[in-house]
Ligand binder design. Structure first.
Ligand code: NAG
Length: 331
């Protein structure tokens, strides 16, 4: 019975061909929003593009954060903004981690870290709920880092991904040896209740964090990016048959190491051009390609690109969304 159930579940999962948004003409979007934080001020910060320029941004709300976490560690890092295909609900997701507390250590942060994410909800990108802390991991997990989500139109739910390491069930204080960091996932319709968390990407030889997907415009086609923690480099893989399909390694985004927090977005103006931001631990460095399937990324011009942007996400905006943000949070 159990085995049959497992087989059925596997069969169901393997047919998922998530598509994050109803495919739109690039020209429906008039700008971009960067949702991010800073080390000095781990709260949600918005940067809006100057017109439809993918590499030129102004710091909204006169350079002040727009939202602060009042739950958990009261700090928000690794910001991810997601929406459904109708663009009728928006969720801001963040890692619940404060690296500025006295006595902070990465060892402690990965043993007794938060097993939840910080969530805010909005129907219009400008009126936001209070922050809530949603536990998504089992108590064997040492932490939950870098949430990212993909809306699946077929099943009307979000696939939510993050990185964590796990301790054996008997090691309740997490003092022993853990698994390598791996990518986990769950599903949710409302970021309130979640299915049981499972492994998504768990190689036996490599710790992985910071995974994000880029939808490539046709159902089932995605690129994914993640950080190999052995080398601190970001890899790219692609698929044409969905998040749980067969992935092909394309290669490194760049041979440079000491990069993390990939944030990818399609260009609104030129079809086939994609942008990728990589966080060098102090700020985002922008890359671009017109050939994403072979990962020929090159550094972009940075003259209009803001300094100090950290691990976040970039969202294309309709005119209505662009105007609402401009009005609610003037630069
Ligand atoms: C991570 O990098 C190491 C060192 O180059 C390599 O051996 C390993 O296969 C890589 N793992 C992945 C999943 O890319």
């Amino acid at each position: 019975m159990r085995n049959l159930f497992a087989l059925l579940t596997a069969a169901l999962v393997s047919t998922v061909v998530a598509s994050p948004t109803v495919p739109r003409q690039a020209s429906n979007y008039v700008g971009y929003l960067v949702s991010t934080f800073s080390d000095a001020n781990p709260r949600i910060q918005f940067h809006l593009s100057n017109g439809n320029n993918a590499l030129s941004f102004k710091f909204l709300n006169k350079g002040q954060p727009v939202l602060a976490s009042t739950v958990g560690t009261k700090a928000a890092r690794d910001i991810f903004l997601t929406t459904n295909s109708a663009r009728s609900e928006w969720y801001l997701l963040a890692t619940d981690l404060d690296v500025t507390v006295p006595g902070f250590s990465w060892d402690k942060a990965t043993r007794q870290g938060s097993r939840g994410i910080v969530v805010w909800k909005s129907s219009n990108l400008v009126d936001w709920s209070q922050s809530t802390l949603r536990t998504i991991e089992k108590d064997t997990a040492g932490m939950v880092w870098a949430p990212s989500a993909v809306w699946d139109e077929e099943t009307s739910q979000y696939y939510l991904f993050w990185a964590s390491r796990h301790y054996s069930a008997s090691d309740t204080k997490h003092t022993g040896k853990a698994t390598l960091d791996k990518i986990r996932y769950t599903t949710t319709k409302d970021f309130t209740t979640f299915s049981e968390p499972r492994d998504y990407l768990a190689p036996s030889d490599t710790p992985l964090i910071d995974q994000e997907f880029q939808y490539l415009g046709t159902p089932g086609s995605f690129a994914r990016f993640y950080k190999n923690e052995t080398t601190s480099q970001v890899y790219q893989e692609i698929t044409s048959d969905g998040l749980f399909g067969t992935w092909t390694r394309v290669g490194l985004v760049t041979s440079t190491s000491g990069l993390e927090g990939p944030a990818s977005y399609a260009d609104n103006v030129t079809p086939g051009v994609y942008h990728l931001l990589l966080d060098d631990y102090t700020q985002y460095i922008p890359y671009e390609t017109s050939d994403i399937k072979s990962a020929k990324w090159k550094k972009s011009s940075t003259s209009g690109f803001p300094k100090g942007l950290k691990h976040g996400s970039v969202t294309p905006l309709t005119q209505k969304e662009y105007d609402a943000l401009t009005k609610a949070y003037p630069a």
